[in-house]
Design a binder for this molecule. Sequence first.
Ligand code: HEC
Length: 150
Amino acid sequence: MPRLFTFALLPALLLSACGGEPEDTRPGQPVAHRRAIFKELLREFEPMGVMLRDNAYDPQRFAAQAEKVKALRDRPWQYFGPDTQYPPSHSKGEVWSKPAEFEAQRQAFLTATDKLLAIAGTEDAKEAEAAFQAVEKSCRDCHQGFKNKY
Ligand code: HEC
């Protein structure tokens, strides 16, 4: 019985893994580009949090990841051009209807990452954690107002 159950679930899992989402076929693929950059950003940012959570803070590795975040942090924004809220985008309309607020969140994120870069390499895990959490909060704050949940 448990085995049957597994088989029954498989197609649903495969479907969600592929997303079942429309492809970005617009010229320049702005939605696909910004999503790919955000995913990369998460991929470089997440290991820093894992390190801190696991009590395995390594100043050099933390600093190396912070540099990777720095290399990505300016890249998504150019792909939020006018009229680029179409599937498979998860952006809310507020990105375009409240541009000043969106810009304020972007600036808060840049300020938080500045701080992260400034302390990167510190031997003080608590200091690293505070800076990490401030960046994480800036991601979350922006998503709350400007990104739809999956
Ligand atoms: C100023 C706003 C803002 C900030 C700051 C921000 N994001 Fe986002 N993020 C967005 C928006 C808007 C989308 C939806 C993009 C779309 O689908 O059109 C998004 C999408 C994403 C996605 C989904 C990509 C996908 O698979 O579609 C990930 C992952 C993500 N962001 C991670 C992060 C992380 C990690 C940070 C912080 C280190 C961050 N974001 C900071 C606005 C922001």
